[in-house]
Ligand binder design. Sequence first.
Ligand code: HAM
Length: 526
Amino acid sequence: MSEGAAKKEEKPRKFQAIRGTRDLLPPDTSLWNRVEQTAHEIFMTFGFGEIRLPIFEQTELFARSIGAETDVVSKEMYTFGEQDLSRLNSIHHALSSRLSEGSYLSIIPWFEAFVREVEFAIKEDHIPQPLPNGVTIEELRKFLASCMDYANRPINELEENEKERQIGLIRAYLQLLETEKLFTLRPEATASVCRAYIEHGMQSLPQPVKLYYMGPMFRRERPQKGRYRQFYQIGAEVLGGSDAPAIDAEVIEMVMMFFDRLELQGVQLDLNSIGCRECRPRYIELLRAELLKVKDKLGPDSQRRIETNPLRVLDSKLESEQRIITTLPRIADHLCEECKAHYAAVKHQLEIRGVIYRENWRLVRGLDYYMRTTFEITAQGLGSQNAVCGGGRYDGLVELLGGPPTKGIGFAIGEDRLILSLQESGKAPAQQGRDVYIAWMGERAHATAIRAAKDLRKAGFSVELPPVEQKFGKALGQADKLGAKYALILGDNEVSEGLWTLKTLADGSQAKYTEPDLLEHLRKSL
Ligand code: HAM
């Protein structure tokens, strides 16, 4: 290796934020703070209290509440073990994503690697034996052998049914490992709020319990404008015994008031009811039957969803599917009497509150826990990722997680998108300059400058005090660069006279003040 090459190698590696994550920097962070402060203020006026939740929870909590078939759970979660299960996890992930997208033949080698890794993890005592549900590693090995035997046959001999059965089993084995030993970075916070409601016995508090939260969430999505792998949500949940439509309307009113206070532009509220456990399954069957009739005209994603989750077909943005979708049966026409009445009452309650909405029968949302009211809010300047808020009712979720029968409704705002939209419409604050730059020269002046800085900061002004002496010309240039409004000039003369020179940087004018007068003058003019 040449000397030059060796030198190059020695150069320390440069680190970059991981794809899909980013640093939030000043002056943007002051807008983030303003948004969060406004949320604290508005939510407080509606009687909400802040809840701070852990960043990671048991994987099972999310799998059970959001739903194993959803995109979030099946391919977007960041999961890790208490022990070092990183190798097993990466194989687990590779296998999971192949299960949803890959061909049968590409799945089997990954399953083989998975079984090998499970054996290793058991040997190292990282996971228990037998596996949850009593499955033993011998069983897993036997099943793998039969899959491999199958995979080695000519492709045309692989019957669809057997392939499906094996893939189903692989999926089930995979889920077995998503047990209490596995943790996941939270992809959302509704499940955590319900867990906390149960854990702290909040059903014995005056109902409903109104909670809000803000903070980072994590989803392994393909990053693009407005879509990140670490993103931030501001959300609120109402939990309790009542599903009165006025609760739905008030929650929506609150988020609309929040957007209004922030002067968010182009706000559009879409509303729907997706029915309940009674009427939705009937509608889904009807929808599935209708979709099967037009299966050939649909793209591969929608074709797959006919089986897994036909409602999501309504969500499709694919141009070629739009005409077909408009001909499909609409849920509003198939709601049971209770859901129909609830939906009508929610709309009425919104009207009383002066909240403008648009009914959107295709709004189904991507998480499984919803029932009845669902809503989404879009704003301008966001391109294709234009939903700034999503929410809905999730009665029964607390029960599903082992708690008492409880009604629930809430929303989460995508804070990154909210900020993006505010910035696009010119609502972002400009770079915040300093109020005063202290240009000092000489040891005596330095001592005075330190005291002056302390007094000015105490009075609430932002002050830049250079740590080393500078020539006045350079100091003034520096003050300009920092966007300072004033330069306070402190040299030997000023200190001995007790008269300080204040230069207004915008027009270059200068005046002398005693110390108390200077504070008074700044208070009046800043
Ligand atoms: P969600 O629709 O999955 O709902 O997310 C809510 C909002 O979070 C979205 O409308 C979007 O603004 C933002 N968001 C989601 N994923 C990303 C991403 N990868 N990058 C940037 N922003 C994103 C929920 O999370 C539910 N927990 C809402 C809820 C609360 N429902 C009832 N209570």
